[in-house]
Design a protein around this ligand. Structure first.
Ligand SMILES: [Zn+2]
Length: 155
């Protein structure tokens, strides 16, 4: 190999390395110490956050989980870094609302079971929440669902 060729090969390698480093620095750096303990203990933690494309599991919308959002979710909100985002913003908010409303219904039930067992509107509302949650392919309480269906049938 001539001296000139050698030089250009070296130059090529250098620019190739530069392009890799350039890609990494275009993401946001991961500050390991800000991650939750569970995240810190997991394997293969990335050194940078890079925008991730995904499809909403509920409605099929094309979404981007941006590097900025990832940093916030994993380092400020301390979510587990191994849990990928599966819903779009709207579906995520709707699911959270359903979870909250379901918890509220459970608390109401515990506080006033004897009365609410005959309250058709309440039972239907609670069953509706559980059924809608089922559409998110998330875990639902089948025991409560069966109990509500039985009570509604008897009314
Ligand atoms: Zn969606």
């Amino acid at each position: 190999m001539s001296k000139k060729k050698k030089k250009s090969a070296k130059h090529l390698q250098k620019s190739f390395l530069h392009s890799i480093v350039g890609d990494q620095t275009s993401g946001l750096p991961v500050n390991r110490e800000n991650l939750s303990i569970a995240s810190q203990r997991s394997y293969g933690i990335p050194t940078v956050y890079i925008d991730q494309k995904y499809r909403c599991r509920k409605c099929g919308a094309q979404c981007v989980f941006t590097a900025q959002e990832q940093k916030h979710v994993y380092e400020v909100k301390k979510a587990n870094i191994n849990k990928p985002r599966v819903y779009c913003d709207d579906c995520y908010q709707r699911l959270n609302r359903l979870i909250q409303d379901t918890k509220k219904a459970e608390q109401q039930w515990i506080a006033d079971k004897n009365h609410l067992a005959y309250d058709r509107a309440f039972l239907m509302h609670w069953l509706g929440l559980i059924n809608e949650m089922g559409g998110f392919r998330t875990r639902i309480n089948y025991g409560i669902k069966a109990m509500l269906e039985k009570k509604i049938r008897k009314l």
